[in-house]
Design a protein around this ligand. Structure first.
Ligand SMILES: C[S@@+](CC[C@H](N)C(=O)[O-])C[C@H]1O[C@@H](n2cnc3c(N)ncnc32)[C@H](O)[C@@H]1O
Length: 228
């Protein structure tokens, strides 16, 4: 299947998850820690790519004026809009990502920071990840930041895996549908580092997050990179 068809499957699955009320009310603690280490001007343009419930982007609305939220799920976009309209009353913009277009609908050299949290594994294969990295490189300003996190192929907590071919796993993340989605799991941090370097990013930091509570656990890599 091609990228577009695979992304359409992901959209269906995520639309269903959000329509059933999935929400997340707090930002990633690792992202909050990283953000406190990087200096950004108050009028920065920040993109929360694959925003989902928007809690990460909303964290930046506390200190910055222009936060853009983008997702393939209309339900996710509407959820973020309702939360911001109801509570924060800050300036924010919203983009529904069109899976039929490989370019992102933003001007070149526009963003001071792109955050891509818990989305990298949702790219449907490495080619799709590279397509997005190329676009991140185009739309972020020189010397500006990209923060992304991901689970590695052999270190993840995904239980509903139906097939496992190289670095792509077919999963059933959403128990209420039988729609399988494709997820890209890089084998090593090095492979993501190399893909970032090839797309003109310098690696500033490679962090790691591990926690376990009851049946849940996480082993995640989190990379902060800068466009050179
Ligand atoms: C696991 S959720 C993470 C949401 C949010 N970033 C967070 O950390 O809470 C993944 C999100 O990525 C979105 N997504 C998946 N594939 C995408 C793509 N190709 N482009 C943009 N968003 C995508 C999904 O709709 C979903 O909202």
């Amino acid at each position: 299947m091609n990228i577009e068809t695979e992304v359409l499957n992901s959209i269906e699955s995520f639309e269903d998850i959000y329509s059933k009320g999935y929400d997340k009310k707090y930002p990633s603690i690792e992202l909050v820690r990283i953000a406190s280490n990087i200096k950004l001007p108050k009028n920065s343009n920040i993109l929360d790519f694959g925003c989902g419930p928007g809690s990460n982007g909303m964290h930046f609305l506390n200190n910055f004026n222009n936060v853009h939220f983008a997702d393939i799920s209309l339900n996710a976009i509407n959820l973020v809009k309702s939360k911001i309209n109801n509570n924060l009353k800050k300036k924010s913009e919203y983009t529904l990502i069109d899976p039929t277009i490989s370019k992102l609908p933003y001007k070149s050299n526009y963003f001071d920071l792109i955050i891509c949290m818990s989305v990298y594994n949702n790219f449907v294969n490495r080619e799709h990840a590279l397509q997005n990295l190329r676009e991140f490189n185009r739309i972020v300003k020189k010397n500006s930041y990209l923060i992304l996190d991901f689970n590695l192929r052999d270190k993840n907590n995904y239980t509903n895996i139906t097939s496992n071919k190289n670095d792509v796993k077919k999963t059933l993340p959403n128990k209420s549908t039988d729609k399988q989605i494709s997820m890209y799991f890089p084998k090593t941090n090095k492979s993501v580092e190399n893909d970032l370097r090839e797309n003109n990013f310098k690696i500033i930091d490679i962090g790691y997050s591990h926690w376990k509570v009851f049946d849940s656990f996480e082993h995640e890599s989190i990379i902060t990179a800068k466009k050179i």
